[in-house]
Design a protein around this ligand. Structure first.
Ligand SMILES: C[S@@+](CC[C@H](N)C(=O)[O-])C[C@H]1O[C@@H](n2cnc3c(N)ncnc32)[C@H](O)[C@@H]1O
Length: 221
């Protein structure tokens, strides 16, 4: 799916997004924010912030910048910020694969349910690294291909429908980690049946150091 395709999908989804994807994905959002251990005054970047369902979960005194490709999703996020009077939240329409921010701008960088939607996930990861401060961490919540052969077969069969679904259902965790040279610190199953994964990775690539974490795709436990 290209940038225009993503915008078209989320133009359609924006109005009903919260009803369908609010509660069901919320545990992952909350856990990602809890895992960051954000300190007062720190600055978080949320890429693909969508309608801002995560925004009320950030602790007070934290600066949050949210970006998204879709103007309609950003409008939803801005409406939430205004309705809840959330201070210190800035929202921008921006492509996460080519961000306007200087290097090392943020203490924490997170992408929730974005990478299997983004047209160029590797460029998004490269940009997340670039704008994160050295020594910082990347947080990724995503669905990865299921370990169960029957389910993963179904996901592969659904892959040609990704344009319609708005995400790639057959995104493989191990390939994703290897392609992006991610030094994974932790991988936790989240949401319904642990079908999604919260990955915590070091900003710096693994290079040839083996990631020592217990990395299991959802469903393999
Ligand atoms: C499934 S929604 C997730 C929204 C939100 N993170 C949540 O937890 O509900 C995926 C979002 O990623 C955005 N997105 C996809 N590719 C992007 C990119 N390259 N740059 C910025 N946003 C992107 C889409 O526009 C959409 O709003």
């Amino acid at each position: 799916m290209d940038v225009q395709g993503v915008r078209a999908v989320y133009r359609r989804y924006a109005r009903h997004y919260d009803r369908y994807f609010g509660k069901v994905f919320h545990q992952g959002r909350k856990l990602a924010i809890d895992q960051m251990g954000i300190l007062p005054g720190q600055h978080v970047l949320e890429v693909g912030v969508g309608t801002g369902l995560s925004l009320p979960e950030y602790p007070q005194g934290v600066r949050v910048t949210g970006i998204d490709l879709s103007p309609e999703m950003i409008e939803g996020a801005q409406a939430r910020v205004d309705a809840l009077g959330l201070a210190d939240v800035a929202l921008h329409e921006m492509d996460a694969s080519a961000m306007d921010f200087p290097d090392a701008s943020f203490d924490h960088v997170v992408a929730m349910y974005v990478l299997s939607v983004a047209p160029e996930p590797e460029r998004v990861i490269a940009e997340m690294r670039r704008v994160c401060k050295p020594g910082g961490r990347l947080y990724i919540v995503n669905h990865f291909r299921h370990a169960n052969l029957l389910i993963s077969g179904l996901e592969r069969a659904m892959a040609p429908l990704s344009q319609l679904l708005g995400f790639r259902p057959d995104f493989a965790l191990d390939e994703f980690i290897a392609r992006n040279d991610l030094d994974v610190i932790e991988a936790l199953p989240v949401n319904l049946f642990g079908y999604w994964t919260l990955l915590t990775a070091a900003r710096e690539p693994a290079d040839d150091v083996m990631a020592s974490a217990d990395v299991r795709p959802a469903g393999s436990h």
